[in-house]
Design a protein around this ligand. Structure first.
Ligand SMILES: Nc1ncnc2c1ncn2[C@@H]1O[C@H](COP(=O)(O)OP(=O)(O)OP(=O)(O)O)[C@@H](O)[C@H]1O
Ligand SMILES: [Mg+2]
Length: 393
């Protein structure tokens, strides 16, 4: 199953582009499900028709679903809830209701992942298009498998062993001041959950079938957020195959009132190229009205993808990788089309600017690399390796 996850800053057009992608693929004969994992559902708005917690056919071959977190909670977390409730009661707090549990941080993301897994296992669709929450939450979603595996691998075996030892003792001694120890069923549930989540990570990082697409507008803050997201997606190894720049002023708007807007959008498009190429960049114009209903979504899909198959994997490589090397790091830039020449480097904060002849590449590094210095670069085939070193060591 092909999976495509759309993310980007709030309001840029993620839901519209996700729905338009699904519609375009369905028109081409594929069976497609578009699902929103954002609790602030808006697929209903995009389709201008009610979308529910079960997949519903909106047009031939096109299904839509808005996840119901409450129902998912009932299904997956019954055992864990039992334990959590006991724990809360022991602490003197009222037992946790399902609604309260659903409000714990990370739950929406977790259920989003589990639903991806379910659709993958059921195999009913050719493609699953995910309309995710704005960037911050989506990154939290995508880093969840890594966090949970850390927890399970480091802490969980210890706790489980401790529970086995302490439980019989606690019963005999009638130690009532100890928190209720989780039964094995709790660990069983956690284990199943863990396996399910690791499975989802495999689905979403599979470069043959999965992609993340960044939606942006040609605006400064929006681009900054897309670049940050891209940095972290690369770090977690989620493959990004396209950037969609939405809401560009069309040529047909001639009113001089918009001249400055157009000029700024042109500049921002250049900076998007510098930051993301060779990842393909698709664009869509600002339409004369909001994107509600199938007809509007079809126009949007045509604008973005034209003759292209919306489900293609548009890019398989990475623009750069960060690798550990002795005494520091190397940023390896993939520059397939660049002529050899002298490499010009500059680094300011977390921005690394690389210039070769007329070619510029602007890489945003993770925050932890703010103190590293660009110590040198060498070209190697169609790659440039930039050495970053820490002067304090
Ligand atoms: N190219 C476009 N032309 C005109 N209107 C658009 C375009 N793209 C999106 N819109 C409109 O902009 C609004 C926001 O779009 P959308 O809901 O798709 O953004 P979003 O990124 O999903 O927002 P959120 O972060 O709130 O989920 C909607 O009213 C939508 O119809
Ligand atoms: Mg949305």
């Amino acid at each position: 199953m092909r999976t495509i996850l759309y993310t980007g800053k709030g309001g840029v057009g993620k839901t519209s582009v996700a729905a338009a992608t699904a519609l375009k693929a369905a028109k081409a004969g594929k069976k497609v499900l578009v699902m929103s994992t954002d609790p602030a559902h808006s697929l209903s708005d995009a389709f201008d028709a009610k979308v529910g917690p079960e997949p519903k056919e909106m047009a031939t071959g096109l299904f839509a679903q808005e996840m119901d977190q409450g129902a998912m909670l009932e299904e997956y977390w019954a055992e864990i809830r039992e334990y959590m409730t006991a724990l809360y009661e022991w602490q003197g707090t009222d037992s946790l209701t399902a609604e309260e549990l659903a409000m714990l941080p990370g739950m929406d993301e977790l259920f989003g992942l589990l639903m991806v897994r379910r659709h993958y296992d059921e195999g009913l669709y050719d493609a699953l298009i995910l309309d995710a929450a704005p960037t911050g939450e989506t990154l939290r979603l995508l880093s969840l498998p890594e966090q949970i595996s850390w927890y399970v691998e480091k802490i969980f075996p210890v706790q489980r062993r401790a529970a086995k030892v302490v439980r019989p003792f606690a019963r005999r001694a009638r130690v009532s001041s100890l928190p209720p120890l989780p039964e094995d069923s709790f660990f069983g549930a956690l284990q199943r959950l863990y396996e399910a989540i690791i499975g989802v990570e495999e689905i979403l990082t599979d470069r043959e079938n999965a992609s993340v697409r960044l939606v942006a507008n040609a605006e400064k803050m929006v681009i900054a957020e897309a670049r940050r997201a891209y940095t972290y997606l690369n770090l977690y190894d989620y493959p990004v195959d396209a950037v969609v720049v939405n809401r560009l002023l069309p040529e047909s708007v001639k009113d001089p009132y918009f001249d400055k807007w157009r000029e700024a959008q042109g500049r921002h498009l250049d900076s998007i190229e510098e930051a993301f190429s060779p990842v393909p960049i698709f664009t869509a114009r600002l339409f004369e009205r909001e994107m509600f209903g199938l007809e509007a979504l079809e126009r949007l899909g045509e604008d973005v993808f034209g003759k292209e198959d919306a489900l293609s994997v548009f890019f398989r490589g990475t623009t750069h990788e960060i690798v550990k090397s002795d005494g520091g790091y190397e940023v390896v830039l993939n520059l397939p089309l660049v002529e050899k020449g002298s490499v010009d480097l500059s680094k300011k904060g977390t921005e690394l600017l690389v210039r070769v002849g007329g070619y510029r590449r602007n890489v945003l590094l993770p925050d932890s690399m703010v103190r590293l210095r660009a110590a040198g670069a060498k070209m190697e085939g169609d790659k440039i390796r930039v050495r970053l070193s820490d002067d304090r060591t």
